[in-house]
Design a protein around this ligand. Sequence first.
Ligand code: B12
Length: 445
Amino acid sequence: MWLLLILLQAAVLPAQLCEAPGEAAAAAVRVLSARLLGLAADPARLPDPSVYLALRLAGEHDPREEERYLGRLRDAFQPRYGRSLQAAGQPQRDAEATEHGTSAEAAWPETGRLALYLLGLRATCPPPEPGPQRSLVTWLKYYLEADWAGSRRHGHPLTSYYQYSLGVLALCVHRKRVREEVIRRLLEAEHHGKFGHAGGSAVDTEAVAALAFTCLERERLVGARLAAELRAATRGARRRMVEAQGQDGFFGNVYSTPWAMQVFLATNACRTQPAYGRAMAALLENLGAFTTAATVAQALPVLHGRSYLDVASTRCREEPDTLTPVGPEPLPEMPGNVTVRLVVECPEPRCPQRRLYDRLVPVPAGASLLDVLGAAAAQGPPDFTFATQDTPQGPFLSGVLGLEAQQRKRSYWQLLTAPSTNLQMGIADYRPHDGETLILRLSEW
Ligand code: B12
């Protein structure tokens, strides 16, 4: 009876499209794909496996450019992970050593990056030889174990639950089993709401974990009991996303929305769930927010109606070679200057005087926060110094006034606009307006 009702409902309700609907949207998505290809062609940028994944999950392709990008990724990953663990001086199951810090300094897990690379390899055409992939899979299993041991000891993985989930997802997409305990650790974290961190929403992480759960269940890599728990956890995550969807249509913010949408795609809820349609409409209205390669790469798969789980079903012969790269749009010129107030805060007990810097900084209109930091450093006294690290997301603010954020202590320089709104962009992309107060705060996540 229930089944009949559900079938009837599905037949009566107009099914919505899972990809961006309509010709205008398709054209906008095509431009975004071409722009990502343009950004990928720039050799000055760090190669990022999520960019490759987005290119591979798109509707149209430029096989030569994709091949070249894959070559750059191989150059970055193969020298390190093409060797067996033993050849690299790591014992096979050295999670304990990593936990106690002996080899940890030498080999901090790169769970997320390696997972994304392996996901990308699953989507190559033609598929790569299985031989060289074996050592990559072993490395990822090793990192996941190190992360798992970290989470047993510190209550969180050494990297993050986001990277840990990516690790489980990538192994699953390659049809590799992981120990039940490793999966249970993720389930437990999900049940106890451990995915959020200070200043950041939990949506991105919750979505990656739900994708990993969906994959494990779909690929039948777990027993019936655990499969039922994973299914329930995914349903719970999807329900929470629907309940928390903002008036603006976003799940979390504009950048976490594509990740959440992947969960609806992977669980076949995209056609029937109105929240998905609202999120797609919101995304299409805000495509202008996606300017960096990393953010475009995270948005494109869902705009094509695809999730990371689809890499396992790549059909090489059906790919149209019709995409050509497009260069980045120049930023509009803005006349005049603006003045920004720059404040640096470091809470007690680390810093007894809490506010370490507070100055007005004049910069040309349209300048980025990175430009503001540069102008502050040039204007002194009082002296202002800062340090950045290159990441696939752009420059990450790693130190201010000689105080370095420490990955191992989970401290970071948080970016806020006064009084206390978290910026949704990094220092290179955020453009402050005249009179704005920007706060750099040494925080823990
Ligand atoms: C975990 C995380 C963090 C952690 C990273 C620490 C760690 N060791 O894992 C912490 C809490 C430090 C963090 C900080 C920030 N984050 Co963050 N972060 C994430 C998250 C959830 C996962 C990143 C990840 O592990 N990726 C997987 C690995 C394999 O890829 P990766 O590129 O090597 O990841 C590294 C860098 O991305 C870097 N990183 C993390 N966040 C950011 C943000 C920026 C702008 C840059 C340049 C680098 C960077 O740390 C990662 C781990 O080493 C993503 C979610 C997402 N959808 O991507 C958001 C995300 C990347 N973060 C975001 C933002 C906005 C920030 C902050 C600017 C927030 C703020 N107002 O302070 C700061 C960065 C400030 C600075 N000092 O420059 C946005 C970026 C949006 C955009 N427009 O580009 C995302 C997409 C979240 C979102 N939905 O809004 N983040």
